[in-house]
Design a binder for this molecule. Structure first.
Ligand code: DAK
Length: 258
């Protein structure tokens, strides 16, 4: 498939890099970009050779939000009929781990997209925020829910009600990103983490990701039960037998993803 607003590259180390590519507008997310992004992520999710995905923008912007110009004249009915939320929800269903490599602006929908990823590597230049309040609206794709779960009520309130951007260091302290590195290394750092994850047994990676995400929408009891079932399920895999045998034989395991 030819894409207009994203670039997709596959690395022989077992991961893919998806780059948002509307640099003239700081990677503002229009409907076409979102359609392409979801299609690309779903395609990669079905590819057994891809065991991790790096999602990035460019040095200046991960994404400065949803495309304001595309939304500005829309009516409520048009917004409902466009059903953009359904497309955003599909990102949540991707089973392959997604690492966001973030530099520059990650604002509004850009911050929400970052938070929909599983791990975030940020450059020192990252500026993160939910500025929707400044244009008369509020977050619409997870900014009140994922942000609150990540940083807690008081900080989420501050970010959403003032619209102010936070620095990469603040985001690190607040638990919104995993690691902050100099701008020249953020993509390399994300790729190196993707390489590491790509070398792990893929079924265990997928089921572990699924169980962690479950923690967001269930009780502790339901979550522990879900976790235990995924754990037992892995005993049906060849990789579990191989992993434990390799440990006893003091050798490196050879994963099959079966
Ligand atoms: N949309 C459209 N164009 C944008 C944009 C955006 N979000 N952000 C930047 N641009 C464009 C600018 O208009 C400008 O284009 P030209 O004028 O050159 O044609 C170009 O990118 C460069 O931007 P600036 O000239 O403004 O660059 P500066 O360095 O001076 O400022 C800035 C950078 C990031 C501080 C500034 O551009 C800015 O404030 N941008 C808007 C940030 C923002 O408010 N973001 C939140 C947007 S609302 C939904 C899901 C999600 C959402 C909604 C619905 N559903 C599922 C239905 C999310 C909503 C949002 O994200």
């Amino acid at each position: 498939m030819d894409y207009q607003f994203i670039l997709l590259t596959r690395d022989p180390a077992g991961f893919a890099v998806v780059q948002l590519n509307r640099p003239d507008v700081l990677n503002a997310i229009n409907r076409k970009l979102m359609e392409e992004l979801v299609a690309a992520l779903e395609g990669l999710d079905e590819d057994e050779n891809i065991r991790c995905i790096v999602l990035t923008g460019n040095e200046k912007a991960f994404a400065a939000g949803a495309d304001i110009k595309e939304m500005s004249d829309a009516s409520t009915v048009e917004m409902l009929l466009r059903d953009q939320f359904a497309r955003w929800d599909r990102i949540r269903k991707i089973k392959t781990p997604i690492i966001a490599a973030v530099s520059g602006f990650a604002l509004g929908g850009g911050c929400e997209l970052m938070m929909a990823c599983d791990i975030v590597i940020a450059s020192e230049t990252a500026r993160i925020g939910q500025p929707e309040i400044n244009i008369g609206v509020m977050p619409g794709a997870g900014g009140t829910q994922r942000l609150t779960r990540a940083v807690g009520k008081t900080k989420a309130m501050e970010m959403v009600l003032t619209g102010k951007m936070i620095s990469a260091q603040e985001a690190l302290q607040w638990g919104l990103v995993n690691k902050v590195v100099p701008v020249e290394f953020y993509l390399e750092e994300a790729k190196s983490l993707a390489t590491e994850i790509a070398q792990k047994p893929p079924l265990a990676v997928r089921l572990a990701k699924e169980a962690i995400l479950k923690a967001f929408d269930t009780t502790i009891e339901g979550g522990l039960e879900f976790e235990r079932k995924n754990f037992y399920l892995l005993f049906a895999s060849e990789d579990q037998k191989e992993g434990m045998k390799a440990f006893s034989e003091k050798r490196k395991a050879q994963w099959k993803g079966r």
